[in-house]
Design a protein around this ligand. Structure first.
Ligand SMILES: [Zn+2]
Ligand SMILES: [Zn+2]
Length: 174
């Protein structure tokens, strides 16, 4: 019978037991967090110095900061597609919240945008390596849900109004 490497504890588990085994890791440990989170095997994780790598995020809705566990950081630095739920635990809300609602306290960058950049860089590197299929690019958030898009719309309307005003004035002088 085939064994499967557990994504949480990295032990070899008989294939027919893996679902129950995963369910155990995913149990609520009492505070809303899972017992364990999936990671790459220790020898596959990033081993570089984490200086300059953001490690604490703040959930914008509750303004509470949460530390990103190092083994998770070292996993998504190697493969930013490893976690694709795009949610993370918030100590303030005691639940998993969208990355898009969090910013890194170190640099103020939105955590979802940060992750998107890591993924884009990963895909570019995968293409350069050639032959290795890059994972599917995650669905971009809809244009209409982006605050920047609306800023541009407002700016465009504003500029449009100014232009209109300028156009009307000479007409009235006639
Ligand atoms: Zn396990
Ligand atoms: Zn929160």
């Amino acid at each position: 019978m085939a064994n499967v490497e557990c994504r949480f504890c990295h032990k070899l588990i008989p294939e027919h037991e893996i679902e129950a085994h995963y369910a155990h890791h995913l149990e609520d440990r009492g505070d809303g967090q899972h017992r364990e989170y999936a990671t790459l095997r220790p020898d596959q994780r990033d081993k570089d110095d984490l200086t300059g790598v953001p490690q604490v995020y703040m959930h914008l809705k509750c303004r509470v900061g949460t530390g990103m566990p190092e083994e998770i950081i070292r996993t998504y630095l190697v493969n930013p597609w490893f976690y694709n739920s795009d949610r993370t635990f918030c100590c303030g809300c005691s639940t998993h919240v969208p990355l898009a609602e969090c910013i890194w306290t170190e640099m103020g960058e939105n955590v979802q945008e940060y992750m998107n950049k890591l993924r884009a860089a990963y895909n570019r590197a995968a293409k350069l390596r050639g032959g290795i299929a890059a994972p599917q690019v995650a669905e971009e958030p809809s244009l209409l849900s982006r605050p920047k898009f609306w800023l541009w719309v407002i700016a465009a309307v504003f500029v449009g109004c100014i232009l209109l005003t300028l156009n009307i004035k000479p007409g009235r002088r006639r």
